[in-house]
Design a protein around this ligand. Structure first.
Ligand code: NAD
Length: 258
């Protein structure tokens, strides 16, 4: 139980990679608060996690400052403190650059990048306060993507948001290191979730993904959850400011697996 006694917030934790993280952290001994806009999926997630550990749900749009404020207050009320945060919530918008609307650019940046700033700052301020009262420093993980470096032409705001998230990870790590708070990111390749299904719905897209993936398969949410749990745990005590890629060895667009 390497996360025994820890309390965690997982944004976007009602489904997909977030839910796998929630269940992995709970299995490792943490008490977990899911923050998500999907209340029905959140209720199902809590029910399905009941036999694993203590998992609760708060309805929150993590791109909204007030929702983030309420989320932190509810989590402290439920668990006493917060010492782990996973900024996982993310959305994608598919459009060619020339057709992209300003509102869609802003929406994706708000959900994927600004939310990590809002939640990261709120939770880090709480952690610093807790440390001054003698608690162990906590840890933060941001869910980036291989597309922080490999941009996708028709996913402009998504690619920009993930590049920004990897940079945010570095500046947060630098800023919070003096307090002992570690901040890292995970960069998944293609992982089997609703989000992937929404952009890789055609067999030719799947073939193209696999042709660039040396391990020859789409990843599972549990494989991302395992890396996240490691980064939050004491086993990663000397790692900060890093993006760890879990992508089956993904190569750039012009590469084909031999
Ligand atoms: P998903 O669509 O299955 O789940 C995303 C969750 O986030 C949903 O439960 C959704 O309701 C929630 N959410 C969306 N907007 C929110 C908001 N404003 N506030 C709170 N919750 C919100 O997606 P996923 O594939 O599990 O992706 C999770 C993260 O992993 C995302 O950041 C995504 O960019 C990243 N990622 C996914 C893949 C992949 O192949 N699936 C690859 C690289 C990175």
């Amino acid at each position: 139980m390497r996360l025994d006694g820890r309390t965690a917030i997982v944004t976007g934790g009602a489904k997909g990679i977030g839910l796998a993280i929630v269940q992995r952290l709970a299995a490792d001994g943490a008490r977990v608060m899911i923050a998500d806009i999907d209340e029905a999926a959140g209720a199902t997630a809590v029910k399905e996690s009941a036999n694993i550990g203590e998992v609760r749900f708060t309805s929150a749009d993590v791109s909204e400052r007030l929702d983030v404020h309420n989320l932190l207050a509810k989590t402290i009320d439920a668990f006493g403190s917060v010492n782990a945060l996973v900024n996982n919530a993310g959305i994608v918008h598919v459009a060619d650059f020339l057709d992209l609307e300003e509102a869609d650019f802003d929406r994706v940046l708000s959900v994927n990048l600004k939310s990590a700033f809002l939640c990261g700052q709120a939770v880090a301020r709480h952690m610093v306060d807790q440390i001054s009262q003698g608690e162990e420093p906590g840890s933060i993980v941001n869910m980036s993507s291989i597309n922080d470096t490999f941009a996708i032409a028709n996913q402009v705001p998504y690619s920009v948001s993930k590049g920004g998230l990897s940079q945010l990870t570095k500046v947060m790590a630098l800023s919070l290191a003096t307090h002992g708070i570690r901040v890292n990111a995970v960069g998944p390749g293609s992982i089997m979730t609703d989000l992937l299904a929404s952009v890789a719905d055609k067999p030719e897209v799947r073939t193209q993904i696999l042709s660039r993936t040396p391990l020859g398969r789409i990843g599972e949410p549990a494989e991302i959850a395992a890396v996240t749990a490691f980064l939050l745990s004491g086993d990663a005590s000397y790692i900060t400011g890093q993006t760890i890629y879990a992508d089956g060895g993904r190569m750039p667009l012009n590469y084909t697996v031999p």
